[in-house]
Design a protein around this ligand. Structure first.
Ligand SMILES: C[S@@+](CC[C@H](N)C(=O)[O-])C[C@H]1O[C@@H](n2cnc3c(N)ncnc32)[C@H](O)[C@@H]1O
Length: 287
C-alpha cells in the first residue's frame, strides 16, 4: 500500500497484495470511496500528530511539501505563477498545501477531500478556512463546471485510491481551461514491488511491477471493503494523462537529500539513496 503516513490498522509488516479477484478487480469506485472515507476519517488525528512538521499541523498556513523527500513548492514552483490563477487541490486532506498557497499569494483557491475529519483538521483554528474554500467531495465526481480552473494539483491525494484513475484524469481535464496545468505527486510506481518497510526488508522485490490487482482490505466477516489502493506503472500513468488530453511536461523523481535523516513511513534514507520514492507528473491540457 501507499504508506503515505497512515497505515491501515492492523497493517501487516509485509504488504498483502490480493490475488483473489473478489478482493481487488471487483472493487468499484463507490466501494473505494466509502472505505477510504471511513478509513481517513478514523486516521485523521493520528496522521496529523505523526506528520506534524511535514503537514504544518500546528500552523494555520500549513506547509507545501510535495513528498517525503521534502521538496517544497517555495523552491520548485511546479505550479508556476498562481498569483492570479484559479487553483484546485484534489484530495487535499486538511489542505496544508492549499493553505500555504493562500498565504503565499494565489488568485483563488478551493480544495476538496472525501474525508470530513481530514477537512476539519484544516479548520481547527477559529473555524476559518484560511482563505481556502474547503469542500467535501469525491474526485470521481467533481462538483465544478467545465473549464473552471487554470491549475489543478494533488500531493498524494485521491489519485492512488480510485479504481478508475483514467476516469479521474478525464474529470480533471474537464474542469481545467485549455492549456491549464495539472501537477500530481504519487508513490513512485516501482515502490510497489517492495514491502512497505523503511529498512533492509524493504530492499527485496517480491511483487511484480506489472501486477495491477491493487491492495484491498476487507472486513473478515462482512467482506466489506475497508481500505483500497491501486497500482499503476509509469507507462499507465502517462497513458492515462495523454488519453485525457494532457501533454506531459516533466516527470520528477525527487532524490533523497543528503541531510534528511528521518524516516517517513516506508520512505527512508536507506531506500531513498537507492531508488525513487515519489513520482511527480507535470502536465498541461492541450490548448
Ligand atoms: C495521503 S492524504 C494526502 C492529503 C494531503 N496532501 C496530505 O499530505 O495530507 C490522501 C487523501 O486523499 C483523500 N482521498 C482518497 N480518496 C479520495 C477520493 N476518491 N476523492 C477525494 N479525496 C480522496 C483521503 O481522504 C486523504 O485525505
Amino acid at each position: 500500500m501507499n504508506d503515505f503516513g497512515p497505515q491501515p490498522s492492523p497493517l501487516p509488516d509485509i504488504r498483502y497484495v490480493s490475488t483473489d479477484p473478489l478482493d481487488s478487480a471487483l472493487v468499484t469506485d463507490e466501494e473505494s470511496a466509502a472505505a477510504n472515507r471511513a478509513w481517513w476519517d478514523s486516521d485523521a488525528a493520528a496522521y496529523h500528530r505523526e506528520h506534524a512538521t511535514y503537514l504544518g499541523t500546528d500552523s494555520p498556513v500549513g506547509e507545501f511539501h510535495w513528498c517525503p523527500e521534502m521538496l517544497h513548492e517555495r523552491d520548485v514552483r511546479l505550479l508556476g505563477d498562481v498569483r492570479s490563477a484559479n487553483v484546485l487541490e484534489i484530495g487535499c486532506g486538511s489542505a496544508p498545501c492549499a493553505r500555504w498557497l493562500a498565504a503565499d499569494g494565489v488568485g483563488f483557491i478551493t480544495a476538496f477531500d472525501l474525508s470530513r475529519r481530514m477537512l476539519d483538521r484544516g479548520r481547527t483554528r477559529g473555524d476559518s478556512d484560511h482563505g481556502v474554500a474547503l469542500v467535501q467531495a469525491d474526485a470521481m465526481n467533481l462538483p465544478y463546471k467545465d473549464a473552471s480552473f487554470d491549475v489543478a494539483f494533488s500531493a498524494f491525494g485521491a489519485i492512488p485510491f480510485v479504481s478508475d484513475s483514467a476516469g479521474l484524469m478525464r474529470e480533471v481535464a474537464r474542469v481545467l481551461v485549455p492549456g491549464g496545468r495539472f501537477v500530481f505527486a504519487v508513490n513512485h510506481p516501482m515502490r510497489w514491488i517492495f514491502p512497505d518497510d523503511p529498512g533492509e526488508d524493504g530492499l527485496t522485490a517480491y511483487i511484480s511491477y506489472f501486477d495491477r490487482s491493487g491492495y484491498v482490505e476487507r472486513d473478515p466477516d462482512t467482506r466489506e471493503v475497508t481500505y483500497a489502493e491501486q497500482h499503476r506503472t509509469i507507462g499507465d500513468r502517462i497513458r492515462e494523462l495523454v488519453g485525457a488530453g494532457f501533454i506531459l511536461d516533466d516527470l520528477i523523481e525527487p532524490e533523497w537529500p543528503d541531510d534528511l535523516a528521518e524516516n517517513w513511513g516506508q520512505w527512508s534514507p536507506l531506500r531513498g539513496r537507492l531508488f525513487p520514492g515519489t513520482a511527480i507528473f507535470v502536465a498541461h491540457l492541450r490548448g
